[in-house]
Design a protein around this ligand. Structure first.
Ligand code: SAH
Length: 208
């Protein structure tokens, strides 16, 4: 098992978005949060020998971390080609370099039917922009369709929504923890240098 600290160290120097796109809610997961999420997945036996699919992979931190932690085949799906170019470069720069497949396309319609168990990891758009509340729903729907188990990061106070959604799909939330996602100032409407965003992380078994 990869120690959590080693994982965090390995992910600490990855590049983020060159020009983050607000409409896609491109907020990178910080290394400590990625390491926490992936360490739990590792402890639960959800990485080794599993296909890992990162939905909305961005610059790749969750996919790359999963590969570093010993996952089987790793696939990152992302609709922003520029972000994927950074992800590809990040994968070649970590120690040891990891291999992952990067697919450019809609993460809510992934062209995947992998052989063997699938673990989804994701930090989907939260729907923070007005009128897009629960943009994460389509991502959860996708996890329900393709994954045996998923790990996802959501806005604070999402627990009722996520639990109700999982139950409707025959799934169960087995683990939940709160975390802080430090968002660096990256859009003109951001007034502070960094903003601590309260988030929640869920492990869901989809009963498939
Ligand atoms: N997983 C990365 C990025 C999180 S930000 C990380 O943890 O750092 C959310 C990502 O989802 C962005 O890169 C955004 O471009 C992508 N995204 C949003 N909607 C998408 C969609 N429908 N299909 C694919 N990617 C999408």
């Amino acid at each position: 098992m990869t120690p959590k600290r080693a994982l965090e160290r390995g992910l600490a120097h990855l590049d983020g978005f060159d020009e983050p796109r607000v409409e896609l809610e491109q907020y990178p997961t910080p290394a400590d949060l990625a390491a926490n999420l992936l360490h739990l997945a590792d402890l639960q036996g959800d990485l080794e020998g599993h296909n890992v699919v990162d939905l909305g992979a961005g610059t790749g931190i969750l996919a790359i971390g999963a590969a570093l932690a010993g996952a089987g085949r790793v696939v990152g799906v992302e609709r922003d080609r520029d972000a994927l170019a950074v992800a590809r470069q990040n994968a070649s720069r970590v120690e040891p370099a990891v291999s992952a497949d990067w697919l450019c396309g809609d993460a809510t319609r992934p062209p995947l039917c992998p052989d063997g168990p699938v673990t989804v990891v994701m930090n989907p758009p939260f729907g923070a922009q007005r009128g897009r509340r629960h943009a994460d729903r389509a991502f959860l729907e996708t996890a329900a369709r393709i994954a045996g188990v998923s790990y996802s990061i959501h806005n604070v106070d999402s627990r009722d929504f996520v639990e109700a959604f999982a139950e409707d799909e025959g799934g169960t939330v087995t683990h939940a923890f709160a975390a802080v996602l430090d968002v660096e100032r990256q859009f003109p409407f951001h007034e502070e240098e960094t903003r601590a965003l309260d988030v929640e992380v869920f492990r869901i078994e989809w009963g498939r």
